[in-house]
Design a protein. Structure first.
Length: 287
């Protein structure tokens, strides 16, 4: 029976592939009690996009998968699109850094258009590499990320951030950058957060926590907004590389069974956080 304690059950970040399970994974999510997915785009063609048309195709594929998931699995899907920030690193050797940066910027602008046209609810993943890169590349990635925040500001939408794990200074730095660009920190989500955010003060960037049992237990009663995600990759070549798509509903069910207070706390990631950050209300009747 999908839905737990009358709440929607939401995985805030996953990918589905055209060569993996696709909508069948969403059907497993639904069978486990899941109701809503934030579906982030990804490179489906196995090569780094080298022109804007490739990004348009990519976003359209994400939209098509989202439609399949809605009709096949009966799960509500929110689409999130942007050029993957690491694409810039991989496109630079072939295109040259300047052309690669121009492409990244144009693809970010395209993502902003999708949000304005309501084909997507946020831009993501945007950010910077989670591994060391040469200074020149790093500079280009930082500029692209700044542009991404500008796009989020102009489209008035959240930015879902891919970055290395952040320490307290890293979170603060991201908050300062958002402020400098004019995006409320509350509209900036650090996805794949693997440790509890150091501050829960107002004006903090929003963590989307990897739904590991211990971490969820640590953060469950933190004031929101915060989210739970699997970052499910749906990559047949790497089964089990990340959490399975059934993790959030399974975790939610165990929490809901443990106590009423714990069950109530699930409204933070599954309802209130989405209202605060996305200005959307996930309804069970959406399905
Ligand atoms: Zn991701």
């Amino acid at each position: 029976m999908p839905g737990i304690s009358g709440l929607p059950v939401v995985d805030h970040h996953c990918h589905l592939s055209t060569v993996g399970e696709g909508a069948a994974a969403a059907a497993r999510f639904r069978a486990a009690g899941g109701t809503h997915l934030f579906l982030a785009t990804q490179n489906y063609e196995g090569v780094v996009p080298t022109d804007l048309e490739a990004y348009r195709r990519q976003f359209e594929t994400t939209e098509r998968i989202a439609q399949q998931v809605r009709s096949v699995a009966g799960v509500t899907v929110y689409v999130v699109v942007a050029p993957y920030p690491i694409d810039l690193v991989h496109a630079a050797p072939t295109l040259g850094l300047e052309a690669a940066s121009t492409l990244q910027t144009a693809a970010l602008d395209l993502a902003g258009r999708w949000v304005r046209e309501r084909r997507a609810v946020a831009i993501g993943e945007v950010g910077w590499p989670h591994f060391p890169v040469p200074a020149e590349i790093d500079g280009a990635c930082r500029s692209a990320f700044r542009h991404a925040l500008e796009v989020a500001r102009e489209a008035d939408c959240p930015a879902v951030v891919h970055s290395p794990d952040l320490d307290a200074e890293g979170w603060a730095e991201l908050e300062r950058l958002a402020k400098a660009v004019g995006v409320p920190a509350r509209r900036v989500v650090k996805h794949y957060a693997r440790a509890r955010r150091p501050t829960t003060a107002d004006g903090s960037v929003v963590p989307s926590y990897l739904a590991r049992r211990q971490l969820v237990g640590e953060v469950l009663h933190d004031p929101g907004p915060w989210f739970l995600e699997t970052d499910f990759l749906d990559d047949p070549a790497r089964p089990g590389a990340v959490l399975d798509l059934t993790t959030v509903p399974r975790r939610a069910e165990a929490i809901a069974r443990s106590s009423t207070a714990a069950a109530d706390a699930l409204a933070t990631p599954f309802v209130r956080g989405i209202q605060e950050v996305y200005r959307l209300t996930p309804e069970l009747s959406d399905r």
